[in-house]
Write a protein that binds this ligand. Structure first.
Ligand code: CP
Ligand code: NVA
Length: 310
């Protein structure tokens, strides 16, 4: 039974553990079909509107290609070209788009904006990144980890860097599937307290260990996965220099990864900045799974689209 039909995906809090695990299994099936060239036209005649208030390579192309591979259509809508950019309200935009298309994906700034859109849209809304969350990324990350380990229990994911949207969604996702997750960050760039608490609360039910620490070297011990993201997210470009100084001790380099398990994997949501959050040696080294991880965006989002729209 499909419990996701007609639902929004604003954060991973919208999904149960079982729903996440079923999405991952379905994504693996869709991936196999795609690799074999087997067609999967589940969404014939369906249209996804994609609103972007920030740039994107992976999210845009994987959603657009994903809809086409499922037999549907996707519309790329740059917010500057929409009347939204000239002051039409989110609510009016939501109600108008609901007359034309079957679902909306949006990448925006404040998380409240997507909540507003979802409130007024009569069709499902999918989060393609807000300042607080990046749930589709975390689903692809979980898929990548699941493919490598075949399970979540007993593995340790270490996210090191800025306590941002990507770290928030990873903590929630890890908590939901029972994956241990340590976030290592400078004290002044911690994940939001309320989101950390939420993840810890969920983790009680799945026996996952969720922790925040500030010491890069002890935190990395026993890591099966080391994950990092940019130090300055989209919208924080002006803080780049200030942040680079604070974050340098948290760079993923050969000295840091030496503390991880021997067979660790390096992950990054991309785009990456070699020489900043990660050295080229690690990013392009034998432990890096970043391109498989990026590829998994396509498969997991196709699973989400089929379940929400199917
Ligand atoms: N990881 C990710 O969301 O990439 P884009 O910004 O290219 O969409
Ligand atoms: N934290 C980054 C992720 C980019 C995919 C940002 O928000 O810009």
């Amino acid at each position: 039974e499909n419990t996701l039909k007609g639902k929004d995906l604003l954060t991973l809090l919208d999904l149960t553990t079982d729903e996440i695990l079923e999405l991952l299994d379905f994504a693996i099936e869709l991936k196999e079909a795609y690799k074999k060239g087997v067609e999967t036209p589940y969404l014939k005649g369906k249209t996804l509107a994609m609103i972007f208030e920030k740039p994107s390579t992976r999210t845009r192309v994987s959603f657009e290609a994903g809809m086409l591979q499922l037999g549907g259509n996707a519309l790329y809508l740059n917010s500057h070209d929409l009347q939204l950019g000239r002051g039409e309200t989110i609510a009016d935009t939501a109600m108008v788009l609901s007359e034309y298309v079957d679902a909306i994906m949006i990448r925006t700034f404040e998380h409240e904006k997507i909540e507003e859109l979802a409130k007024y849209a009569s069709i499902p809304v999918i989060n393609g990144l807000t300042e607080d969350y990046h749930p589709c990324q975390a689903l692809a990350d979980l898929l990548t980890i699941y493919e490598i380990k075949k399970t979540f229990k007993g593995s340790k994911l270490v996210y090191i860097g800025d306590g941002n949207n990507v770290s928030h969604s990873l903590m929630i996702g890890a908590a939901k599937v029972g994956l241990n997750c340590t976030v290592i960050c400078p004290p002044e760039y911690k994940p939001k307290e309320q989101i950390t608490e939420k993840a810890k609360e969920i983790a009680k039910y799945t026996n996952a260990k969720i922790e925040i620490c500030h010491d890069s070297h002890t935190g990395v011990e026993g890591a099966d996965f080391i994950y990092t993201d940019v130090w300055a997210s989209m919208g924080q470009e002006k803080e780049q220099l200030k942040r680079a100084k604070v974050f340098m001790p948290y760079q993923v380099n050969s000295e840091l990864v030496a503390k991880a398990n021997n067979n660790y994997s390096f992950m990054h949501c991309l785009p990456a900045h070699r020489g900043e959050e990660v050295t080229a040696e690690v990013m392009d080294g034998p432990h890096s799974v970043v391109f498989e991880q990026a590829g998994n965006r396509l498969h997991v989002q196709k699973a989400v689209l089929k379940q929400i729209l199917g």
